[in-house]
Write a protein that binds this ligand. Structure first.
Ligand SMILES: Cc1cc2nc3c(=O)[nH]c(=O)nc-3n(C[C@H](O)[C@H](O)[C@H](O)COP(=O)(O)O)c2cc1C
Length: 321
């Protein structure tokens, strides 16, 4: 592990591991289990409220009843309606009032989050896939970068983790490796290369504490990295999914109308919202449905090294001992 790990100090935790925010998989018990094991659990507020059914503050109170360790929160800050922005602002300010001090922003310009969070002494790390976005995040004053690579679950990047690290090092901020970490060897590789921490999603779905249905966890265990494809039809940007018959029937690329709208400076936000709203329901179903007959599951290429359901604590001990 790199000496003087500023990520660990900022997050206030023991091990350089983030249980990444996941719509729809971040249930309160998973978040608390990660924090209790010395990592950082992170709330995904849409998941907490829309999927898991908690009123926002009640959800945070519930997590606090399960752990006295720090946890963070994710904000998807892509430009949207005024109402959406107000909701994000409310979540940020309320989380700060309730003691959350670590935020991970994705997709938009994090300047307003940084301004509010820094006043309260909190830290903001931003998801980036290349140096161009990192520069904008640095200009906005973020405290660290989450380097999302081409093996990640969720919105994947396009670059290999080693190459991405080299591009981001000149910014002189703590860098977290997000993508492809499914076993201890990949974890140690990332830290030895100079990443200050790793952020894992897929590995934590196949855990006892994640409330995803058994068919989802089994799909992760049964899949190889060649079963993971990138679909642009879920949110308008590439999302890693297991290649189910539904995904094959729908195709991976946007249709002509969707493509035209996605390439339009103003209309792209509307198109992304339309696609995301359609997918929110499918994704919620993929987590909760017991029949196993779901459209698709989100997962990254780390499925390759995930071969059993474990407890969060077991995984963290395996990686760190
Ligand atoms: C099912 C799923 C949902 C995700 N949802 C989000 C999200 O809502 N916000 C976000 O910032 N990242 C999201 N991610 C990305 C993760 O936080 C993490 O960066 C990523 O999973 C790392 O790659 P890995 O899956 O190979 O470990 C998601 C990932 C997965 C697998």
């Amino acid at each position: 592990m790199p000496k003087n790990n500023s990520f660990l100090k900022q997050a206030g935790i023991k091990y350089p591991i983030i249980c990444g925010p996941m719509y729809p998989c971040s249930n309160p018990e998973l978040i608390a289990a990660a924090s209790n094991a010395g990592a950082l659990g992170v709330i995904q507020p849409i998941s907490l409220t829309y999927v898991h059914g908690y009123e926002f503050t009640a959800g945070i109170d519930y997590i606090k009843s399960l752990t006295d360790k720090p946890f963070g929160m994710n904000l998807l800050i892509e430009k949207g309606s005024k109402k959406y922005h107000q909701r994000m602002e409310y979540w940020l300010e309320t989380a700060l009032e309730m003691g959350v001090r670590f935020f991970i922003t994705s997709l938009g310009k994090p300047d307003w989050v940084v301004e509010i969070a820094h006043k309260a002494g909190a830290y903001v790390y931003h998801d980036v896939t290349e140096a161009k976005w990192a520069q904008k995040a640095v200009d906005a004053g973020v405290d660290g970068l989450i380097a999302v690579n081409n093996r990640a679950g969720g919105h994947a990047g396009s670059q290999h983790h080693d190459k991405l690290l080299e591009q981001l090092k000149p910014f002189n901020l703590p860098i977290v490796c997000a993508g492809g970490i499914g076993d201890a060897a990949a974890y140690h590789h990332a830290l030895n290369k100079g990443y200050q921490a790793v952020q894992m999603g897929t590995r934590f779905i196949a855990t006892k504490e994640c409330s995803a249905n058994l068919s989802y966890k089994q799909a992760i265990i049964n899949s190889k990295e060649t079963d993971i494809v990138l679909s642009e039809r879920i949110t308008g940007v590439p999302v890693s999914v297991i290649n189910t018959p539904y995904i094959r029937s729908r195709g991976l690329k946007p249709n002509a109308l969707e493509r035209w709208m996605l390439n339009h400076a103003n209309l792209k936000y509307i198109m992304r919202t339309v696609l995301a709203l359609k997918s929110l329901r499918s994704l919620k179903k993929s987590l909760l449905d017991k029949s196993g007959e779901v459209d698709f599951w989100q997962a990254g290429k780390s499925v390759e090294t995930i071969d059993s359901i474990k407890s969060v604590e077991e995984i963290i001990k395996e990686f760190t001992s």
